[in-house]
Design a protein around this ligand. Structure first.
Ligand SMILES: [Zn+2]
Length: 102
């Protein structure tokens, strides 16, 4: 899955996710570029469970709570940010295409 990070949200908190419908939490390896998108609600639940944060946790700080190494390069230099899945683009493209057709 290709993810498109949302720009300008360095200071965003997890609770801001509803402002960006369809967005996911992108976990990316700074070293090799491996990435995966996670459901923001599940991340909040997980942080609560670990007593490591929750709704008000800055998105960029979630990276610190990731203890496991990168599945590709075994590195631990994580980046977390809000991103849109690529498929949202396709849907948007179809919607726009339909609009121009009519
Ligand atoms: Zn990696």
């Amino acid at each position: 899955m290709t993810l498109r990070p949302l720009p300008g949200l360095q200071a965003a908190r997890l609770e801001d996710a509803p402002r960006y419908p369809g967005c996911v939490l992108r976990l990316a390896c700074r070293a090799c570029g491996w990435e995966r998108g996670y459901d923001v609600g599940k991340i909040i639940n997980r942080l609560h469970h670990l007593r490591d944060g929750g709704f008000t946790t800055p998105v960029a700080d979630v990276a610190r709570s990731v203890k496991r190494p990168c599945p590709k390069c075994k590195g631990k230099d994580w980046v977390t940010e809000f991103a849109y899945p690529e498929r949202l683009d396709e849907r948007e493209a179809k919607r726009l295409a339909g609009r121009y057709r009519n």
